[in-house]
Design a protein around this ligand. Structure first.
Ligand SMILES: [Zn+2]
Ligand SMILES: [Zn+2]
Ligand SMILES: [Zn+2]
Length: 254
């Protein structure tokens, strides 16, 4: 199993159109960016996308992906599904998994799209592309939002999805001790109704006993990337984590 962070930015991405803060200017000057959120999980030559970022076309071209085998949508915000049409145009039989109510809300925007919606429920494990998947409820008011637990060859990867720190107890129980925790942190500090800050994300990682943690869904509130990365386990676009069949430490491959 190989996991790639296709986009580590928040809903606007970094740099933000029209923003000239230190971080956005640094991104323009040095040529780095944070695309909108998506995580790619590859197993046995098949491709699963967790969320379909509005930056999807660039992300799939940059990572040489010819075909998407399945999609999981975590919630109905534009930065998490808006790029679906990018591969719908070249591929018509995409299977999309999520809760019935998330299908219903995103489906309103998908009038012209031909895909296979598959309804799944939280806490009910299902098989997908040789992996065991469990969706779990998180807390991202006012919309329904889920996280994703993936188990493959004894390795466990958890993607928090968009959430504040107030995650249901039942969810915390099923995401204990992941080998990799991909967790959202919108900003280094500050309180948010819908999101976590870095301290909250790292406290959550500790609470569930994550072996390795990477922060994603990161806004321009963080310092420029080369400074932020010295202070936080902050992810970057196209960062990959590979897992072997025998449990080994995940390692970076840039
Ligand atoms: Zn988001
Ligand atoms: Zn900015
Ligand atoms: Zn959201």
């Amino acid at each position: 199993m190989k996991v790639t962070l296709l986009g580590t930015g928040d809903s606007t991405g970094t740099p933000i159109i029209g923003c000239h803060c230190k971080t956005c200017e640094d991104a323009r000057l040095k040529g780095w960016e944070r695309k909108r959120f998506s995580v790619m999980v590859q197993n046995g030559g098949r491709v699963l996308l967790i969320d379909t970022s509005p930056d999807m076309r660039r992300q799939l071209l940059d990572t040489n992906v010819d075909r998407v085998d399945a999609v999981i949508w975590t919630h109905c915000h534009f930065d998490h599904f808006g790029g679906f049409g990018n591969f719908y145009r070249v591929q018509s039989d995409v299977r999309v998994y999520t809760l019935p109510e998330i299908h219903e809300s995103i489906g309103r925007f998908m009038e012209f799209m031909d895909y296979k919606p598959i309804e799944v429920e939280c806490y009910e494990e299902f098989e997908l592309l040789g992996m065991k998947i469990t969706l779990f409820e998180v807390n991202h008011p006012p919309v329904k939002s889920i996280g994703v637990r993936i188990e493959c060859d004894g390795n466990v990867v958890v993607v928090s999805g968009d959430t504040n720190a107030d995650i249901p107890k039942k969810s915390l129980e099923i995401i204990e001790n992941p080998d990799l925790f991909i967790v959202e942190a919108l900003a280094p500090r500050g309180r948010f109704r819908k999101h976590m800050n870095a301290d909250e994300a790292l406290a959550l990682a500790k609470k569930i006993g994550a072996r390795k943690t990477v922060l994603t869904h990161v806004g321009h509130f963080f310092p420029p990337h080369d400074i932020a990365v010295k202070r936080y386990p902050i992810g970057h676009d196209y960062q990959t984590f590979e897992f072997r069949e025998v449990k080994l430490d995940a390692f970076f491959r840039d």
